[in-house]
Design a binder for this molecule. Structure first.
Ligand code: SF4
Ligand code: SF4
Length: 73
């Protein structure tokens, strides 16, 4: 799976964008989004998803259950 940003809760602080080791987070049309094709759940980089760790709003960066689980290759 990848993480996703709940757009209605995101304050657009941009804090998560620079923290992602895979450059999966970007601003699109005024809101921040995670590209599920790039998100590795931070596996192999950090113990904790960095977008979750940095986000000031609880439960805004969450697992997206609609995409398959990420597997380290
Ligand atoms: S979980 Fe990690 S890899 Fe995925 S978007 Fe968040 S910071 Fe980037
Ligand atoms: S850190 Fe949280 S509030 Fe800030 S841009 Fe990212 S998802 Fe939005």
């Amino acid at each position: 799976m990848a993480y996703k940003i709940i757009g209605s809760q995101c304050t657009n602080c941009s804090g998560c964008e620079a923290e992602c080791p895979n450059l999966a987070i970007s601003e699109r049309g005024g809101t921040f989004v995670i590209d599920p094709a790039l998100c590795t759940e931070c596996i192999g980089h950090f113990d904790t998803p960095q977008c979750v760790a940095i986000c000031p709003v609880d439960n805004t960066c969450v697992i997206d259950t609609s995409v398959p689980r990420y597997h380290e290759s």
